[in-house]
Design a protein around this ligand. Structure first.
Ligand code: HEM
Length: 141
């Protein structure tokens, strides 16, 4: 049986290593940090890691959170915001010394999530539960 992508890159530990670097960047980014206020860092890192591990072919699947469309429906994430995160992920993969061909495949998986997460208008956002407010983070001047 051919190796799945997660086996090729070195398992979940490799994904964790990359996400640690990524969240250092996201949580200190002048604009993007505003999206994560009030959410515990370990939750973000663990959920992101479990989700990507499944996407990369982990068996048996381990992610038990909300799927991306539902998880982000209250967040006004534009293509610009998505691409800033995507580029920070690219930098994180380089810093983690992930070989170029794996880096390319990883980034392709990441771009595959775009349609589920990006909105073109704030009207497309909706709280995940009845009392939740939509979160719009204005771009800093
Ligand atoms: C490929 C892109 C992305 C993937 C795969 C992804 C994946 C995830 C996952 C799996 C969760 C946890 C879901 C749950 O169980 O509730 C999550 C939560 C979250 N994501 Fe993302 N995400 C992506 C892009 C983004 C972007 C661009 C932002 C905003 C800058 C963002 C902000 C958040 C926030 C704030 C949460 C926590 C929501 C909460 O629990 O209150 N994500 N993401």
């Amino acid at each position: 049986m051919p190796l799945s992508f997660i086996d090729e890159i070195g398992g979940k530990d490799c994904i964790k290593r990359v996400h640690k670097i990524l969240y250092d960047k996201l949580l200190s980014h002048p604009w993007l940090k505003g999206f994560f206020v009030g959410v515990e860092r370990w939750v973000l890192e663990d959920q992101q890691t479990d989700f990507m591990a499944d996407l990369f072919g982990q068996k048996p699947a381990g992610f038990c959170g909300r799927l991306p469309m539902r998880a982000h429906q209250h967040l006004y994430i534009t293509e610009e915001v998505f691409m800033i995160r995507h580029n920070l992920l690219a930098e994180s993969l380089t810093e983690a010394k992930i070989p170029d061909d794996y880096k390319e495949r990883w980034l392709k998986h990441d771009l595959g999530m775009m349609a589920a997460i990006v909105k073109t208008s704030v009207d497309e956002c909706e709280g995940r539960y009845r009392t939740e407010k939509v979160l719009v983070v204005p771009k800093p001047a």
